[in-house]
Write a protein that binds this ligand. Structure first.
Ligand SMILES: [Zn+2]
Length: 398
C-alpha cells in the first residue's frame, strides 16, 4: 500500500533560493519538452517518447550550466509530467474526442519537484534532499516501510516535503457484499442510493464570499504597489486555506463511504468539460473530482471496487421499472406510474447503482473498470501514477 506523509521544511534563505531556482529550471524544461511534443504532433503527427526526451535532456544538460545545477531526477520528473499529459491527450484522441493539448505552465503553477527512487529520505527530524543535504523538518512519525520517493512542494505558507512510502501491505480485492450508487448535484453535495445525503460543506459558501472580497480588494490597489502585493498574498493564502479545507472534506467523506461499502458506483462525468461559465457549478465540480479521486484511491487500497457508469439519463429513468420519466431541472421528485415515488437525486443514485450491478457484459463484469475511471481524474495506470496521492501536489487546486 502506497501512502504519502507530509512534512514542513525549515529552510534557510539560501536553501530556499536554491529550491526556487530548481523549480524555475524544471518549469522551463516542462514547457520546452511540451512544446517539442506539440510541434512534432502538429507538423508530422508524430509522437515523441519519454525516452527521446530523456536523450534531449542529456543534450541540454551538456550545453546549459543552469540545468546541470539541478538534480537530474527532478528534471526527469518534468519530462514525466509532460509524458502523462500527452498520454492522456492521445487517449482522448483515440476515444474520438477533440481534446486540447496539455497546457504550458506559468511559473506560479509549477509548484513541486518529485523524485522517484528508493532511498532513506527521512532521517530522524531531517529530510535528505538530493544536492542540498539534510534539512530540518516537522511532521508525523514515519511508519516502517520502503521510502519510494520524495516530493517537494512550495505553498503560500512555505515549503513541504512528502515522503512516498510503501508499507509492504498488499490487499487483494474481495467479493463485494455491500454496494452503493452515488449521485452528485448542486442541491446537496451527493446523494447515496440508500437515501443518505452528503450536504455541501458549510465552509464552501463562506469561503467563496471571502475569496471574492479579497479579489476585489486586490484589484482595487494600485498595480506594482506594496499594498497590492500584500493583498495578493492574502488572497493566495485564502486559496490555500480553502484548498486544504476541501481536501480534508473530500478525504473524510470518501473514507466514510469506503468503510461502509464494498462496491461504489458513480457517473463517469467528464468533469473537465463541465467547468465553464457557472462559478458555483465549477467549484462544485472541482470538489467532486477531488472527492472521486480520494474515493478511488481509498477503495483500491482497501481491496474494494469502484465502477464508473454511463451517465446518460440517470435522472430520467425509474430505478424500479426502468421506464423513462422525463423531468425538467426544477422537478425535484421522481414519480412513476409503477408507484415509485422518490427524491430525484435518490432515484438517480439507485439507477447508477443498478447500471453498475448490471455491468456491460453480464452479471460478473461489474468489478474493475479502471480504464473508464482513469482518464476522468487524469490518473493513468502506470506504476508511478499510483503514488500520486489526493493530497499530492497535482490536486485540483480550487
Ligand atoms: Zn417506475
Amino acid at each position: 500500500m502506497i501512502l504519502t506523509y507530509s512534512y514542513k521544511l525549515y529552510l534557510n534563505t539560501s536553501q530556499e533560493k536554491t529550491l526556487e531556482r530548481w523549480l524555475r529550471t524544471c518549469n522551463w524544461i516542462f514547457n520546452r519538452a511540451l512544446e517539442q511534443r506539440i510541434k512534432a504532433y502538429e507538423r508530422r503527427k508524430e509522437s515523441v517518447s519519454y525516452q527521446d526526451q530523456q536523450a534531449l535532456l542529456t543534450d541540454w544538460r551538456g550545453r546549459m550550466d543552469s540545468l546541470r545545477l539541478v538534480p537530474v531526477t527532478f528534471e526527469r520528473d518534468a519530462l514525466r509530467r509532460v509524458d502523462r499529459g500527452m498520454k492522456a491527450f492521445f487517449r482522448r484522441v483515440k476515444a474520438g474526442q477533440k481534446p486540447g493539448f496539455p497546457r504550458f505552465k506559468p511559473f506560479r503553477r509549477y509548484r513541486s519537484l518529485e523524485c522517484l527512487a528508493v532511498a532513506k529520505y527521512l532521517q530522524g527530524d531531517r529530510i535528505r534532499i538530493p544536492n542540498l543535504g539534510l534539512v530540518r523538518c516537522r511532521g508525523r512519525l514515519l511508519p516502517i516501510g520502503k521510502q519510494r520517493g520524495l516530493r517537494i512542494v512550495h505553498r503560500e505558507s512555505g515549503w513541504y516535503a512528502q515522503i512516498i512510502l510503501d508499507n509492504g501491505v498488499t490487499i487483494s480485492p474481495r467479493e463485494p457484499q455491500t454496494s452503493v450508487g452515488i449521485d452528485v448535484g448542486l442541491a446537496s453535495f451527493a446523494t447515496l442510493s440508500t437515501g443518505d445525503k452528503i450536504d455541501n460543506p458549510r465552509f464552501a459558501r463562506k469561503a467563496e464570499r471571502k475569496t471574492r472580497a479579497l479579489q476585489r480588494r486586490a484589484s482595487r490597489k494600485k498595480k506594482g504597489s506594496a499594498n497590492r502585493r500584500k493583498a495578493v498574498q492574502r488572497l493566495a493564502r485564502q486559496h490555500e486555506r480553502v484548498a486544504s479545507q476541501r481536501r480534508s472534506f473530500a478525504h473524510a467523506e470518501a473514507r466514510k463511504i469506503v468503510d461502509r461499502f464494498d462496491l461504489i458506483a458513480f457517473e463517469n462525468l467528464n468533469i473537465a468539460g463541465m467547468v465553464h461559465g457557472n462559478l458555483a457549478r465549477s467549484i462544485h465540480d472541482a470538489a467532486w473530482s477531488l472527492f472521486l479521486f480520494c474515493l478511488i484511491f481509498k477503495a483500491e487500497n482497501a481491496g474494494k471496487s469502484t465502477v464508473a457508469v454511463n451517465p446518460r439519463g440517470t435522472s430520467q429513468e425509474c430505478p424500479r421499472c426502468g421506464a423513462v420519466a422525463k423531468k425538467s431541472l426544477s422537478e425535484r421528485e421522481h414519480v412513476c406510474p409503477c408507484g415509485t415515488r422518490l427524491c430525484r437525486d435518490h432515484a438517480a443514485a439507485q439507477v447508477i447503482l443498478a447500471r453498475a450491478l448490471r455491468g456491460n457484459g453480464g452479471l460478473n463484469s461489474l468489478v474493475e473498470e479502471p480504464a473508464s475511471v482513469a482518464p476522468l481524474v487524469a490518473v493513468s495506470a502506470s506504476r508511478s501514477d499510483e503514488t500520486r496521492m489526493p493530497n499530492g501536489s497535482d490536486e485540483p487546486s480550487m
